[in-house]
Design a protein around this ligand. Structure first.
Ligand SMILES: Nc1ncnc2c1ncn2[C@@H]1O[C@H](COP(=O)(O)OP(=O)(O)OP(=O)(O)O)[C@@H](O)[C@H]1O
Length: 293
């Protein structure tokens, strides 16, 4: 069942189209990753969905009883409030019942790993702590739909891992739409990928569908030395890319078949130390899509 339907959503700033006829749906309890280069329109799209920005044209259809939580790209806090005071304020503003506010805020702060900082002023918080607090204010009212603008991009790898794990645990009973620059994260938590470029949706589908569409299998061959790799690729009739002691051979309709490669490898004997099959990573696909294939 779709929780939200977006049709031809467009935002124009003077002559520039920041978001250009964007259409997609969010199915309940799924995670959707919105990816695209700087300036692609991710923040503008999320801000319209969060109701903070008026679309120029297009429609956003959803059941208005659905609770929505939003984490902006650069969340701001009142530095003189403690984490608990701030989260309680967010809970009240989001309509949490007065008698449940304290308990709900405390539990949420514990969930995002801020239990030791409950009574610390937010003005003293590190970037990672602020990001956790931003997430806490977005989820304190247990929304069904969570919109997150770059929830992990500002964090170090350990912080990213932790927040991604928190988001994955929320995914069981929440629908999540999040933007990210970190493609490994998108690969990890996504039922649907939306690639934005210059405001337009240029690719959409599940991770498997998108990978299948851009699949370009390659065989990676590792040699003892870079000289061995160079010698092999010079005497080989196929197109290969050398990188130190390894080469990548594209397996295409016109290129070599597996059998031919294996025969060539046998001839190379003990200069070869390993062979592996590679498929396109999301990073490769992103470069192709963003590069205007
Ligand atoms: N208030 C504004 N006035 C004019 N142009 C704007 C405004 N906000 C955004 N834009 C333009 O709209 C386009 C999309 O910007 P947006 O911030 O939505 O992209 P983004 O994908 O979130 O980028 P980033 O990854 O850098 O955050 C950009 O060309 C930007 O310059």
């Amino acid at each position: 069942m779709s929780l939200l339907d977006v049709k031809n959503l467009t935002k124009r700033y003077r002559r520039d189209l920041a978001v250009d006829h964007l259409s997609f749906s969010l199915q309940q309890h799924t995670a959707t990753a919105l990816i695209g280069p700087n300036g692609a329109g991710k923040t503008t799209a999320l801000s319209m969905l969060a109701g903070l920005l008026k679309p120029t044209t297009g429609s956003i259809t959803w059941d208005h009883t659905t609770g929505v939580g939003f984490l902006p790209q650069h969340p701001r806090f009142f530095p003189w409030l403690t984490a608990l005071e701030f989260t309680e304020m967010a809970a009240k503003l989001s309509g949490v019942e007065a008698k449940k506010v304290r308990q709900q805020a405390t539990r949420t702060l514990e969930f995002v790993g801020l239990a030791p900082a409950l009574n610390k002023k937010t003005g003293t918080f590190s970037g990672g702590m602020k990001q956790r607090l931003g997430l806490a204010q977005a989820i304190v009212h247990q929304p069904e739909l969570l919109l997150l603008d770059e929830p992990v991009s500002a964090l170090d790898p350990a912080g990213r891992r932790e927040i991604m794990n928190l988001l994955k645990s929320l995914q069981q009973d929440t629908t999540i739409l999040y933007s990210t620059h970190i493609l490994n994260d998108a690969e990890e938590m996504t039922d649907q990928l939306l690639f934005l470029q210059q405001g337009k949706l240029v690719e959409k589908g599940s991770l498997e569908e998108v990978k299948e569409r851009y699949a370009e299998p390659r065989i990676r061959i590792h040699f003892q030395t870079a000289e061995d790799a160079g010698g092999f690729s010079r005497h080989m009739p196929w197109e290969a890319v050398q990188n130190g002691n390894r080469i990548d051979v594209a397996v295409t309709a016109k290129g070599p078949g597996m059998q031919e490669i294996l025969t060539a490898l046998t001839a190379a004997g003990d200069k070869v130390v390993g062979v592996e099959r590679q498929t396109a990573s999301l990073e490769d696909i992103f470069m192709k899509v963003a590069g205007g294939r």
